[in-house]
Design a protein around this ligand. Sequence first.
Ligand code: PXG
Ligand code: PLP
Length: 436
Amino acid sequence: MTIPNDLSAFWMPFTDNRGFKAEPRLLARAKDMSYWTPDGREVLDGTAGLWCVNAGHARPKIVEAIRAQAEVMDFAPTFQLAHPLPFQLATRLAAILPEGLDHVFFTNSGSESVDSALKIALAYQRAIGQGSRTRLIGRARAYHGVNFGGVSVGGIVGNRRHYLTLPGVDHLPHTYNHAEQAFTRGQPAWGGHLADALEDLVNLHGAETIAAVIVEPMAGSTGVLPPPVGYLERLREITRRHGILLIFDEVITGFGRLGAPFAAQAFGVTPDLITAAKGLTNGAVPMGAVGVANFVHDAVVDNAPAGIELFHGYTYSGHPLAAAAGIATLDTYAEEGLFERGAEIAPYWADAVHGLQDLPHVIDIRSCGFVAAIEFAPRDGAVGARGKAVFHGCFDAGLLVRATADTIALSPPLIATRTHVDRIVDVIRNVAKGVA
Ligand code: PXG
Ligand code: PLP
């Protein structure tokens, strides 16, 4: 690969552009569990790219499907016209979505999936004569992408403070409590009662004003926060009782991360809509999707006057290359049993990462399925400095991790073996000792 000699034109997303460009770290090639830098150094992928390459990199079936489809048909519209692939992929997705969610709306990213799901929820309430239900409820410490809807229901101050957000949005409290939950494996025993805050919001605003509640079943980006025992069940019960739709944002938790196709199945709670992206195409072509309950779809579509039922869609909804990649990805997951893999390796994984408790400055370790977070105490007056030092140290030692402030998130491709897990924790151990 040619190393670019001008880094100025590309305005990098969610990046300290000046810091990066002063000290760039580039990736040039990827295969299975690893990346390689332009100078040929191997970097083990501890994060499945950005939580998306669940089957590992450059898997033959997916590569071939994209290549073949590019030759047959590069693009075809899906507005008032279509081609076979998104129908096939939607049918395949319906088969792995929870029972009763048999309809799929395609998008190109998680952010678009979230905004689409919020619109579908509003359309549903209007379709059943509940047009006064326009309020949307999110949660603190939630990431729902960067479009205006997702930022509004999201709960990350840095993503919100500079922008106007949608009116009529309120938030549940987040579910993390260090004193009660630190060093928990899987779901914390404490915190199920926090779902009752939804009852308070219903009492405050009136159920007849609330359209939907959106939560990540396990918060990912803000530090891997598995749901407390009983929490999701309680949200489900309250939403159902008050006619409020429940949306699970499964952009990270979907496609095997927690040992089942979706977190909904892993936790045994079925929402009314599920947003997905990332692992849908193994990250190979941008694509997102919203899985929609039959009663929601049928109300919106069947109750509409003749003509277009939902005034929403993207030029690339159901794009041929993405749909081809999606079908090949689902084939790969099925052939290799990757939805079961997360559950199989979870105990070994939890032992390995929780074995890092004695490292200096570690204040919490959380794990669930095949994902984990290691939280370090911030340095005095320099939040994020320690996390960044661990991230850079690991990269230079041949391991890709993801740092958000002082928390290191790990989500390896589901093809990782115990040997890979051992290497991940060895590198982190050595680097964290040096960084201390
Ligand atoms: N919802 C959730 C739950 C996500 O995790 C999105 C929506 C948005 O998806 P797109 O495809 O629009 O980025 C996400 C994305 C991180 C990290 O380091 C997480 C995401 C994206 C980039 C970085 O935690 N999640
Ligand atoms: N802006 C303009 C001027 C457009 O014409 C379109 C689509 O036709 C869009 C934005 C939306 O683009 P997309 O459908 O790729 O989201």
